[in-house]
Each structure stands twice: as C-alpha cells, then as structure tokens.
Design a protein around this ligand. Structure first.
Ligand code: SAM
Ligand code: SF4
Length: 446
C-alpha cells in the first residue's frame, strides 16, 4: 500500500456483467494508470477499489451490495481506502448508494467514465464523496486515452453506446442512455493501434451494435473498412439486434475475410405473442428469415442467442413455442435467463402469474434441450481441422492450452505456453456440449 494522494497507489477493479462492462473496466484501469496507479492483486493491497456493476438482473445488483458488505472491515481498518461503485447499478441507484452503503466514496455512471480522475481528486483532497451520473454523448469518443486491456491476443473496442429501443423488460436504455456511434475514422485508427500493439482479434462492441451509424457509414461499411488492417486477422461484433440485421451486414460477413463466421443474435422468445408483449419489433418468422439468409450466404455460420423464460404471463404453450424454436434453428450456443423485474421498466406493470418453481423448471428444460442440440452441432466437427487463436492455458492443467475457433467455439489441446497469441490448426478429436478437444495439426501445405 502507498499514499494514494501522491498518485502512486494501487487499484483493484471488480467487474460484473457483459463485455461492455469488462471493456469499461479496462478504460477505468487506463485512467488510473495514467495517474500513476498500479494494479493490486487483492482488496487488502488496494488503495482504490472500484466495483463495476451490472443491473440487467436483480440478483446482479443485489450481489454488489452484499459484496460491499465484505469490504466494510477493510474500510474500517483503513479509512483512506477509496471505494467506488461504477456501471449500471451506479446509474440506477444513484445517490441512494451512499445511504445504503456508507463506505462508498464514488458513484460513477457508465457514460461518465472520464470523470473518474477529477472525482478521485475530490475524494482524496477534500475527503468528500463524489457522484457523476451524466449520460455524456461524447463518452463514446475516449480518443487518445489509455485503455488498460486484459492480456492476450483479443481486444474489445466500443463502437457505439446506448440503446434507443424500448424492450419492456430491459433497463439498459435507462442506465446507458441514447445511442451514440464512434466516428468510423476513429475506429479505424484504434484498430490500427491495436494491430501495432500485437492484438490479432478485435471485437466491436455496442448494446445494439448493428444500429451503428456514422453519417452514411453503417456497420457493414465499417467492417469492410477495417479490412485494411491486415494484422487484425479476426473481427467480431456484438450484440446484434434481429430487427437491424440488414443484408449489407450479412454480405459483409460473407465478403470480408477477417469477419468471423459467428453471430450472437438474441431472440428472447420463440413465441410471437411474447415477442409482441416484449416489444421486440420482430416476430419468429422474421427472425427465421434472417437465419435463412445468413445460412444461405454464410453456410458455416455459428449462431448464438439469448432467451428469457418466465416473462410475465408466459403460458405453457408460449414456452413450448420457444422449445420448438430451439429445435428449428439449432443454435450453437444459448444463454438463458429467468425474467427479472427491473425498476422503471414497463413489464413491471404486467401480471406475472408464472410461479417461481415453474420458471426454474422452464429454465432447466431450455438448458437440457439446448445441451443435446449443442452436443450434436459440436460432434459434427469431429475429424475436422479448425483454426484456433490460442488465448491462454486451459483450466484442466499443465501443458493444456485453450483458444477459440472462428465460430467462437472453445477448443482445448496440448501445447506449449509460448504458443499463446498464435493461430494454430487443431485437429478435432472429441466434442462435448460446451467445448471441443484436439491436437495441433501441421499447418496446411506444411
Ligand atoms: N441488446 C441486446 C438485444 O437486444 O438482444 C441485448 C443486450 S442485454 C444487455 C443482454 C441480455 O440480457 C438480453 O438479451 C436478455 O436476454 C437479458 N436480459 C435483459 N433484461 C433482462 C431481464 N429483465 N430479465 C432477464 N434477462 C434480461
Ligand atoms: Fe435492452 Fe437490447 Fe432491447 Fe436495447 S435492444 S432495450 S439493450 S434488450
């Protein structure tokens, strides 16, 4: 530990939630490192602890408050410790966080990240609490700032922020504000910088990424523009909204060699009546039409999705439509959630009527049906070779590496750690529902 007022302390950022939040934590870390702070390995070692939070589901928000409770002994023993709550819980709960958790010094919304240094200054010099919940339109720029990215060959890059949709269950438009896109030129420059820094895969991020627009440049154009950075050998983008999945974007996936054959396209439900109540702006046949177009243009595309079960009033028959939908599409991966009522959302006014135990049972059913589908999809890859970008050691022990295929599948295989960051060809020998295993094969033509 050290004197934080001198700008030479240690920081720890704990992150909940999606890729956007992980990347926001990288920006917060960059701002702290610009001021001379260094990363800490544990809360006990830190002078500043930031909790970068998610409020998409109730449990995630509750976890933050119970986690703050575990920090209390540290703060009592060391009152100079600065504790901040950032992200969507900060935006949603605002000033009330100070009342509910008296140990908090900073409350910082996700569109006000650049205020962190000034707020820290205020806390350290005046021993005063600081709050900033402004939803700055220019928060997207972050140009010329240092971002402290996680180690590895893959980097996140925010291209748009916010969401203009009105899905009835979702808190994101409240916490993240209106859509704003980054200038295409700035995205290109950042991508060049990432290539120069040694990254090989870039994932473009936005709550509603395919609504990206800079003047006349849409997401398809942006993906094509980024082809001029050859050292970035893989591009991904997430999260896409089915209503904005234009043919231009599908063509860009087909035509641009570095754009990976994987798309996360959350459907939420396979029932038209539920989709309408959710105000998603499409129905199941429109979604299926997009899937057909994708598979016609990019036959080996992998598709993943999100499903919400137990939306207010979801009947058994509506739920069955979602199960049938999974069988129709045969997604490569599904993230499924029980509907969680969020403050200020319009779904709160709807009659729930689905008992909690029934919601749990539906979730389990979705997961078991999908496990079988995934196993089948993964087994169809047995005996094939996949290009894998090695991103680290596998959890299963020494001498085992892991990486991702272009279709975003996790692949484990034996190999030396020095291969992290390389592209290797892996011959697939076994397949589970959630990952593949194999061994490194000679590169084609070798
Ligand atoms: N913009 C993306 C879209 O429209 O599909 C989704 C982004 S949202 C941050 C990620 C996922 O969280 C959603 O796809 C949805 O499945 C889930 N989610 C959002 N609100 C939820 C709620 N109130 N309860 C349960 N799951 C929720
Ligand atoms: Fe939430 Fe996505 Fe709907 Fe926006 S489009 S309100 S982020 S679910």
């Amino acid at each position: 530990m050290s004197d934080p007022a001198a700008g030479v302390g240690r920081y720890l950022i704990q992150t909940w939630g999606c890729q956007m939040n992980s990347h926001d934590s990288e920006k917060l870390a960059g701002l702290l490192e610009e001021r001379g702070y260094l990363p800490a390995d544990s809360p006990a070692e830190a002078d500043i602890i930031l909790l970068n939070t998610c409020s998409i589901r109730e449990k995630a928000a509750e976890k933050v408050f119970s986690h703050l409770g575990t920090l209390r002994p540290l703060k009592e023993a060391r009152p100079s410790l600065v504790i901040g709550v950032c992200g969507c819980v900060a935006q949603q709960e605002g000033e009330s966080i100070f009342r509910r958790a008296g140990l908090v010094d900073i409350v910082l919304g996700p569109r006000a990240i650049e205020s962190l240094p000034a707020m820290l200054e205020q806390v350290l010099r005046e021993r005063a609490r600081a709050l900033d919940l402004a939803r700055r339109e220019d928060s997207i720029a972050f140009e010329g700032r240092r971002v402290r990215r996680a180690p590895g060959p893959r980097a996140y890059l925010t291209v748009m922020e916010g969401c203009n949709k009105t899905c009835t269950y979702c808190i994101v438009p409240t916490t993240r504000g209106r859509e704003t896109s980054k200038r295409a030129e700035a995205v290109l420059q950042e991508t060049r910088d990432l290539a120069e820094a040694g990254y090989r895969e870039v994932e473009l991020l936005g709550q509603n990424v395919n609504a990206y627009r800079d003047g006349r440049t849409h997401l398809g154009d942006l993906l094509c523009m980024l082809q001029e950075v050859p050292d970035i050998r893989r591009l991904r983008f997430t999260t896409s909204h089915p209503a904005h999945l234009s043919l231009e974007i599908i063509h860009a996936i087909r035509e641009c060699p570095t754009v990976c054959e994987h798309l996360h396209l959350p459907v939420q439900s396979g029932s038209d009546s539920v989709l309408e109540r959710m105000r998603r702006g499409y129905n199941s046949s429109r979604y299926l039409d997009r899937v057909d177009k994708l598979r016609t243009h990019v036959p080996d595309i992998a598709l993943s999705t999100d499903i919400i079960v137990g939306y207010p009033g979801e009947t058994r028959a509506e739920f069955q439509e979602t199960l049938d939908f999974l069988q129709k599409v045969k997604f490569d991966q599904v993230y499924s959630f029980i509907y969680s009522p969020r403050p200020g959302t319009t779904a709160l006014d709807e009659q729930d009527g689905v008992p909690a135990a029934e919601k749990q049972a539906r979730l389990a059913q979705i997961q078991s049906v999908q496990q079988e589908i995934q196993l089948g999809r993964n087994r169809s890859l047995l005996g094939s070779r996949l290009e894998v970008l090695v991103d680290g050691a596998a959890r299963r022990g020494r001498g085992q590496l892991k990486g991702r295929s272009r279709s975003n599948r996790v692949v484990n295989f034996p190999g030396d750690f020095h291969r992290v960051g390389e592209f290797v060809q892996v011959f697939i020998e076994s397949a589970g529902a959630n990952s593949l295993e194999g061994r490194i094969a000679p590169a084609p033509g070798a």
